[in-house]
Design a protein around this ligand. Structure first.
Ligand SMILES: NC(=O)c1ccc[n+]([C@@H]2O[C@H](COP(=O)([O-])OP(=O)(O)OC[C@H]3O[C@@H](n4cnc5c(N)ncnc54)[C@H](O)[C@@H]3O)[C@@H](O)[C@H]2O)c1
Length: 440
């Protein structure tokens, strides 16, 4: 993890900023430490100066709020929420809001800095931010979710805004959540401000193509990787997670002629060697709310085993830490295309590198979503909306050229694709930060 050539001075510097080279299993699963370790390594390779190292390693701002909500049965419940702004050097903060029982400040910190690097990799004028509320959205009514969302938004009034920080959906939130956030912000401003959030419904300022954009971006970078590695068309794909990102990626890849042989979900997955009929599976899930019981496919009870089956491309599109030191050696994919944020741990990276797996890192692979969010923000501010073809063409161009940028960086600097993506991003953010100078 520490480069063999590290200078004594750099080792000392790491000590002063708390870098821990040996990771325990707890540390391995801590996304903030994983992010910091990769940042440290990439910053070291870039020869980033000490001051900039310190500036970019820490979030700019962290906000913790405790949100009282009247539940349907009359009880008052208090939920804890976060908003972390990692960087606003290249533009307003940008990043989703996650509703889940296991949200933590460290997770939100990691996700916020990944947003900074992601926006810089695809070269869009945003910094990085992220939010989250500790709750179980699946056990809450629509009324409870609406009240919690509105109060959370009200607590963030001074921190978010079209020119400050622009939230979007993430795990556990959706278009409806964004509509409530936009409306609450607008009520406080006494005017409709659609560009305060992205991922909204199309009729209230959402962008055509936004919902499918993350999956589309994944398909574009898979096309590029397949071409680069000279793999045959019709490559076999396993997708983990069949939510927004996973089902979108499966749909886009299926439409391009890939064979989706496996879909892994909570409680078991599906397998079909000849390829699953993804449009039919999407219809089935829309009706039955689950993929289980889909006719004509083998049911694999253990999803963690399913992702280790033979395929050319594995797309983890569920959650963090699913590829760890415990299962990385068992993966048989040639390409790992990270749809989720942080699916691969630091020790797993090293195992995959030794095996020669071609990794398309999260901050590149799933950047289609934030790129389309940028388009939404632009359209809202113009008040002029593009066709789906225009959105898709622009998205495809950005994803393909960002893939080429990362690969060129990896080859020039002899680093793996993940470190190349970090280096490219850190370089861009550091350049802007230096140009702006330190306000003191
Ligand atoms: N929504 C976006 O536009 C977007 C953009 C970029 C990155 N991401 C990232 O992609 C990931 C998924 O986001 P989403 O919006 O699709 O969420 P989602 O909640 O719509 O879908 C996640 C799916 O994964 C399944 N899942 C969870 N744990 C699993 C496991 N261990 N094994 C198999 N399946 C599992 C869930 O049942 C669910 O169907 C997250 O890491 C998110 O941060 C999302």
């Amino acid at each position: 993890m520490i480069p063999a050539t590290e200078s004594k001075e750099a080792t000392e510097r790491r000590k002063t900023i708390g870098f821990k080279p040996v990771v325990s299993i707890e540390d391995e699963l801590n996304p903030r430490l994983a992010q910091e370790a990769r940042f440290d390594y990439a910053a070291h390779k870039l020869n980033l100066d000490d001051g900039m190292w310190k500036v970019l390693r820490q979030p700019t701002r962290e906000l913790i709020v405790h949100i009282p909500v009247q539940m349907d049965d009359g009880r008052i419940e208090v939920f804890t929420g976060y908003r972390v702004q990692h960087s606003i050097a290249r533009g307003p903060g940008k990043g989703g809001v996650r509703y889940a029982p296991d949200v933590s400040l460290d997770e939100v910190r990691a996700l916020a800095s990944w947003m900074t690097w992601k926006c810089a990799v695809v070269d869009i004028p945003f910094g990085g931010a992220k939010g989250g509320v500790i709750c179980d959205p699946h056990s809450m009514s629509q009324g409870e979710l609406e009240r919690m969302t509105r109060r959370y938004t009200a607590e963030l009034m001074e921190f978010i805004g079209p020119e400050k920080d622009v939230p979007a959906p993430d795990v556990g939130t959706n278009e409806q959540t964004m509509a409530w956030m936009m409306d609450t912000y607008s009520m406080h401003q006494r005017q409709t401000v659609t560009s305060v959030v992205t991922g909204k419904p199309i009729n209230i300022g959402g962008s055509r193509g936004r919902l499918e954009a993350t999956g589309r971006g994944i398909a574009v970078v898979c096309d590029q990787a397949v071409q680069k590695l000279g793999l045959n068309p019709g490559a076999r794909v396993i997708v983990q997670g069949f939510g927004n990102v996973g089902s979108g990626a499966a749909h886009q890849l299926h439409a391009r002629g890939y064979r989706i042989v496996g879909v892994a979900e909570v409680g078991g997955g599906l397998w079909r060697e000849e390829g699953l009929d993804i449009p039919a599976l999407l219809n089935y899930k829309a009706k039955s709310k689950s993929i289980h019981g889909f006719p004509g496919a083998e049911l694999v009870s253990d999803s963690s085993v399913l992702i280790t089956r033979e395929c050319e491309i594995l797309v983890p599109a569920a959650t963090e830490n699913v590829i760890t030191s415990r299962n990385a050696a068992a993966l048989q994919c040639r390409i790992l295309c990270e749809g989720a944020n942080g699916p691969t741990t630091l020790p797993a990276d090293e195992i995959l590198a030794a095996k020669g797996t071609f990794v398309i890192p999260d901050i590149l692979a799933n950047a289609g979503g934030v790129t389309a969010s940028y388009f939404e923000w632009v359209q809202d501010r113009m008040g002029y909306f593009w066709t789906e073809e225009e959105v898709n063409q622009r998205l495809d161009r950005i994803m393909a050229s960002s893939f080429a940028d990362v690969i060129a960086y990896a080859e020039t600097h002899s680093v793996n694709n993940r470190i190349a993506a970090y280096m490219l991003a850190i370089d861009r953010v550091a350049y802007t930060t230096r140009q702006r100078g330190m306000y003191a």
